[in-house]
Design a binder for this molecule. Structure first.
Ligand code: CP3
Length: 336
């Protein structure tokens, strides 16, 4: 059985599997080379040969236990008919959300539009050795709605009133989006993915009293669906602090990625019956070796008797030195 599956499903504690969010990305010179020749990011994600090649770049360099398919959470809004552009230095920008067009989507057209993503998974699975996992992913509804409806004002603020006043629309959009996310997950499973991670990157912006309706419930529906189709699922409700406990109790995923604001000791003692993943601040990788290893060892020692997948508290940053990452991976691999 794959190490990651064994950890997620059987809660195995005999080793620490390791992979990284954004392990295929700008910190790798071989990625930057392909990227410089492909200025349209969405088109690159729709080129199954190149996206499979990019997915395997970190696997060819490092001793990792999983590949994560090179794609983006915004491929779902793209599949649902919104235009998606990445503006340098400003992040993603989507064309205006239109409820009627959104509701007019159907399963076949959506699947056809995203078919290159599924082709990339098939191609990657053929080249990836059997003991390694192939991780698929989606954004959680809340995080996607922020991009789809343009609710972000700046890094820390969103305009919640824009959606709060539209109670009927809000539930309709959340439910419909959930339906398509489940279709996307099932398509990825059929193509050969063996694990899925749900990114709720902006969960930390939800007021406490709204967490249940915008975060726990939509994530629960997806987790229930994954359990029904037999696909191990990892959730990442970034930035919700001590509400991680409530999240776990109501959503019950197989795996839970903690972010860098969560104290690992608190997590170990309060988040039970789940395989924890990640936590370390990606910025630690800019420090000197001694400091990095101290921090890596802190996570490994904390979780040495628990099911734990080594990863970070958010994605790798573009300034990360790949040689430093290699040393971290070797340290994790030699720990138990
Ligand atoms: O290696 C992997 O983790 C797999 C690929 C992956 C990408 N995006 C590729 C990518 C994954 C899992 C994602 C998820 C994603 N995308 C999230 C959730 C995780 C998180 O970071 O919170 C979010 C919020 C997005 C939306 C998105 N896509 C943003 C905000 C950006 C950054 C814009 C920028 O210029 O920094 C992207 C672009 C993106 N997605 C890049 C990569 C490698 C950088 C593209 C480039 O080369 O310019």
């Amino acid at each position: 059985m794959k190490k990651i599956t064994n950890c997620l499903i059987n809660k195995d504690t005999s080793c620490f599997p390791v992979w990284f969010m954004r392990q295929a990305g700008r910190y790798l010179p071989e990625f930057r080379k392909i990227r410089s020749q492909n200025p349209d990011f969405i088109k690159l994600c729709l080129n199954s040969d190149l996206s499979s090649e990019i997915t395997l770049q970190p696997i060819n360099r490092f001793n990792l236990d999983a590949a994560i398919i090179f794609s983006d959470i915004l491929m779902v809004p793209y599949g649902l008919g919104q235009e998606v552009k990445f503006i340098k230095g400003k992040g993603p920008k989507l064309s205006e959300f239109n409820l009627k067009n959104f509701l007019n989507n159907n399963r076949n057209d959506f699947t056809k539009k995203l078919n290159p993503v599924y082709e990339a998974i098939k191609k990657t699975r053929k080249k990836l050795s059997k003991e390694k996992s192939l991780i698929s992913f989606t954004g959680a509804p809340w995080t996607l709605i922020i991009y789809m409806m343009g609710l972000r004002q700046d890094k820390k603020n969103i305009n919640l009133n824009n959606i709060k006043n539209k109670n009927f629309e809000k539930d309709l959009i959340l439910d419909k989006l959930n339906e398509y996310l489940c279709i996307h997950i099932e398509n990825q499973l059929e193509a050969g993915a063996d694990t899925v991670q749900i990114f709720d990157s902006w969960a930390g912006l939800i007021p406490k009293e709204e967490l249940s309706s915008y975060c726990y419930k939509p994530n629960s529906k997806i987790v229930e669906f994954c359990k029904k189709i037999g696909l191990p699922v990892i959730c990442f409700p970034k930035g919700i602090g001590r509400n991680y406990k409530e999240f776990l109790d109501s959503v019950k995923p197989d795996g839970l990625n903690i972010d860098y604001d969560v104290d690992p000791l608190w997590a170990r003692d309060n988040l039970d019956n789940v395989c924890l993943q990640g936590g370390m601040d990606p910025k630690i990788l800019f420090e000197d070796e001694e400091k990095i290893f101290l921090e890596v060892d802190k996570y490994l020692n904390t979780f040495k008797n628990s099911p734990y997948i080594f990863n970070l508290g958010h994605g790798l940053l573009p300034e990360t030195n790949p040689d430093v990452l290699d040393k971290v991976i070797k340290r994790v691999n030699s720990f138990k």
